[in-house]
Ligand binder design. Structure first.
Ligand code: PLP
Length: 390
């Protein structure tokens, strides 16, 4: 059976050139970048080259890049690090209610430490209003954290406009750009952000390595204390192969991004249109145009996302539910409910995310297989029977 991977937002395969670039740093160039001898200096040079490659991709200076173990750690460092270092200026943070848990959980933790957090609502497309950000500012606000693109529904947030508001107020702006770096142009100057999180495994780099961009002059406290690596902003011996892989992935992304974004946008739109044309009682979640080039998120009435997922899996197609229930609680996605979806709609959602190895043939196969799965599940759906009785 042909396998079709359409879950690139969860993770991506590592590019073979990235693997090749990393391999020597496990074996012959195994030195610790803090060592004075030549093996240490080899490793240090590789780390600094990767820092430059990544900085170039996002329009930053290399000294503004802090390597972390993941996008999650970068988000934690940004939010807790700013909160702890700027407590004397205020204790208020603004974020949105559709952020990834890597942002929401540090905010919840800070609330327990005496900080206050405003969770802004979004419109029906998942967009945060810059006006709402402005209205939420108080004299005690020290940080605004709004994601660049939402990982479930793909909506792109108006960061440049939000930055105009935060600049005027003299408040730091952080963005979680884990889903955008390497996929669409990201430039920290044009966006006007002070902090930006990213993660290598979302753009054909290895897992377990991420980075936080920290604008020069930003007051931030470290969360990991120790040997003072990363200019005292994140201690711990550097993950040299991971960092080299991140740098290489950044370099490849810079070269391939424009054409790839155009190619994926066309395939995305073909998939969306094909689904909407063939299946009734369906809605596209997220913004129709201001969305990631690779994201398709739909709610299919009368059936469960998990049932669609399992049937797709049996047909060799990997997708994801937009409504991934945290298995114990069976709560629908906080993102979909924030858009105003009823719980049944949120439970009936599905996300396809496309990537480098997605072909037109893959999209055609999904358009062939998926309507049949929906029809089969609807034929036995108690929800459909209930709705036709009312
Ligand atoms: N932020 C967003 C928007 C994400 O999509 C993810 C991963 O799914 C993360 C943060 C966490 O990144 P990592 O998997 O590198 O910890």
């Amino acid at each position: 059976m042909r396998r079709i991977y359409l879950d690139y937002a969860a993770t991506t395969p590592v590019h073979s050139d990235v693997v090749q670039a990393m391999l020597p740093y496990f074996s012959q160039h195994f030195g610790n970048p803090s060592s004075i001898h030549f093996l240490g200096q080899d490793a240090k040079e590789a780390v600094e080259q990767a820092r430059q490659q990544l900085a170039h991709l996002i329009g930053a200076k290399s000294e503004e890049i802090v390597f972390t173990s993941s996008g999650t750690e970068a988000d934690n460092l940004a939010i807790k690090g700013i909160a702890l270092a700027n407590r004397d200026r205020g204790n208020h943070i603004i974020t949105s209610c559709i952020e990834h848990h890597a942002v929401l959980e540090p905010c919840h933790w800070l609330e327990k430490q005496g900080f206050s957090v405003t969770y802004l609502p979004v419109d029906g497309y998942g967009m945060v209003s810059p006006d709402d950000v402005k209205k939420a500012l108080t004299g005690k606000t020290i940080l605004v954290s709004i994601m660049h693109a939402n990982n479930e529904i793909g909506t792109l947030e108006p960061l440049a406009e939000i930055a105009r508001v935060t600049r005027e107020a003299g408040v730091y702006l952080h963005t979680d750009a884990v889903q955008t770096v390497g996929h669409i142009p990201v430039n920290v100057e044009q966006m006007g952000v002070d902090l930006l999180s990213l993660s290598a495994h979302k753009f054909y780099g290895p897992k377990g390595i991420g980075a936080l961009y920290v604008r020069k002059g930003t007051k931030i406290a470290p969360l990991v204390h120790g040997g003072g690596q990363e200019k005292n902003r994140r201690s711990g011996t550097e993950n040299v192969p991971g960092i080299v892989g991140l740098g290489k992935a950044a370099k490849i992304a810079e070269r391939e991004l424009p054409d790839e974004a155009t190619r994926l946008t066309a395939l995305r739109d073909e998939l969306i249109q094909g689904i909407l044309d063939q299946i009734s009682d369906i809605r596209l979640n997220g913004h129709p145009t201001m969305r990631l080039p690779n994201n398709v998120n739909i709610s299919v009435a009368y059936i469960e996302g998990e049932a669609m997922l399992l049937n797709l899996d049996l047909a060799g197609i990997c997708a994801s539910t937009g409504s991934a229930c945290s298995s114990a609680s069976l709560q629908p996605s906080h993102v979909l409910t924030a858009l105003g979806l009823a719980h049944t709609q949120a439970h009936g959602s599905l996300r396809f995310t496309l990537g480098k190895w997605t072909s037109k043939e893959d999209v055609d196969t999904v358009l062939n297989v998926f309507p049949t799965i929906v029809a089969k599940l609807r034929a036995v759906s108690p929800l459909l029977k209930e709705s036709s009785r009312t």
